[in-house]
Design a protein around this ligand. Structure first.
Ligand code: NAD
Length: 269
C-alpha cells in the first residue's frame, strides 16, 4: 500500500492475535516493526520471525527492521521508555497501533474497583498515554505520524457483564475523535478499527467450542467470525497514504454484526 515502505511502526500487545497479524502485515508492506509485549518475549519472538519470513522470505537479509520492546501499557514509565527505545533504535516513529487490550467478565454490581481499574488502565488510559507519547514524538520530528486504535464493536454495542471493557472501548471512540480534531492541523491522523467477533486467544472460550461458536456466528449477518488478517488489512489501509484524508473515524469490521442480525426479517408492521 502507498506510503508504508520504510515507515517505523510500534504495535502494542503484538505477540498474539490481532496485534501479531498487524505486525506481520505492516512488515509485509515494508514497515519497520517494533513489537511490544508485556511479559514473555517468546511469543513476541514468534511474531518477529513470522513477520520477517512473510515480509522477506529470507530472514538473514531482510530489509525490514524489527525490534522487541517489553512494556506494560498500564505503566506510564514503561510507555515513555518504550517510545524512547523505538525512536532511539529506528530514528523516528511514524505509526502507533494501540492494540493491547484485556477483558474480564463480572456482574456490574459485583466488580471490584481494582479489577475495573485494571481493564481501563490497559485499554483506555494505556492507549491514551501511548498516543500522548507518540504525538509528542510526531511533533518533535516535524513530520506527521498516524495512530490507529483497536477498538471493538462494543464501542457502540453495550456488553452486559463486561462493563469495564464496554466503557474502555466507548471512551476510545471519543479519544480517537478528540485527538483527531486536536492535531488535524499538524496533519496527524487518528483513526480506529472496531473488530467484531474475531478468532484470537482472547476468545478461546467460544472459538474452541463448536456449539458456542455456532451461537456467536448466528448473530453475525455474514455467518462467520472474522480473522486477525482481515483486521490487519484495514489497519494497513488506514496507516497508508491511501487514507490521507481520513481522520477521527472508526471503521467497523464485523461481518455486519452492527447491522443487528435479529432485524434481518421484518419484525413490525
Ligand atoms: P489477544 O489476547 O490475543 O491480544 C491482546 C494482547 O494484548 C496480548 O498480546 C496481550 O499480551 C497484550 N496485553 C494485555 N495487557 C497488556 C499490557 N498491560 N501491556 C502490553 N500488552 C498487553 O486478543 P486480541 O483479540 O488479539 O485483542 C487485540 C485487541 O483487539 C484488543 O484491544 C481487543 O479488545 C480488540 N478486539 C478483539 C476482538 C476479538 O473478537 N478478538 C473484538 C474486538 C476488539
Amino acid at each position: 500500500m502507498k506510503g508504508l515502505k520504510g515507515k517505523n511502526a510500534l504495535i502494542t500487545g503484538a505477540s498474539s492475535g490481532i496485534g501479531q497479524a498487524i505486525a506481520i502485515r505492516l512488515a509485509q508492506e515494508g514497515c519497520n516493526i517494533a513489537i511490544n509485549y508485556r511479559k514473555s518475549s517468546e511469543a513476541a519472538e514468534d511474531t518477529e520471525e513470522l513477520a520477517l519470513q512473510k515480509a522477506c522470505g529470507d530472514v538473514e537479509n531482510c530489509g525490514v527492521k524489527s525490534l522487541l520492546v517489553q512494556g506494560d501499557v498500564s505503566s506510564e514509565q514503561d510507555i515513555v521508555e518504550m517510545v524512547e527505545t523505538v525512536v532511539e533504535k529506528f530514528g523516528s516513529l511514524d505509526i502507533l497501533i494501540n492494540n493491547a487490550g484485556i477483558q474480564t467478565e463480572c456482574a456490574s454490581h459485583e466488580i471490584k474497583a481494582e479489577e475495573f481499574d485494571r481493564v481501563i488502565n490497559v485499554n483506555l488510559r494505556g492507549a491514551y498515554l501511548c498516543a500522548r507519547e507518540a504525538i509528542k514524538q510526531f511533533l518533535a520530528q516535524n513530520h506527521p505520524g498516524t495512530i490507529i486504535n483497536i477498538s471493538s464493536v462494543h464501542e457502540i454495542i453495550p456488553r452486559p457483564m463486561y462493563v469495564s471493557y464496554s466503557i474502555s472501548k466507548g471512551g476510545m471512540e471519543n479519544m480517537t475523535k478528540t485527538l483527531a480534531l486536536e492535531y488535524a492541523k499538524q496533519r496527524i491522523r487518528v483513526n480506529a478499527i472496531a473488530p467484531g467477533a474475531t478468532i484470537t486467544p482472547i476468545n478461546e472460550d467460544w472459538t474452541k467450542d463448536p456449539e458456542k461458536k455456532a451461537i456467536v456466528e448466528s448473530h453475525i449477518p455474514m455467518g462467520r467470525a472474522g480473522t486477525s488478517e482481515e483486521m490487519a488489512a484495514a489497519v494497513a489501509f488506514l496507516a497508508s497514504d491511501e487514507a490521507t484524508y481520513i481522520t477521527g473515524q472508526t471503521l467497523f469490521i464485523d461481518g455486519g454484526l452492527t447491522l443487528y442480525a435479529d432485524f434481518r426479517e421484518t419484525w413490525s408492521a
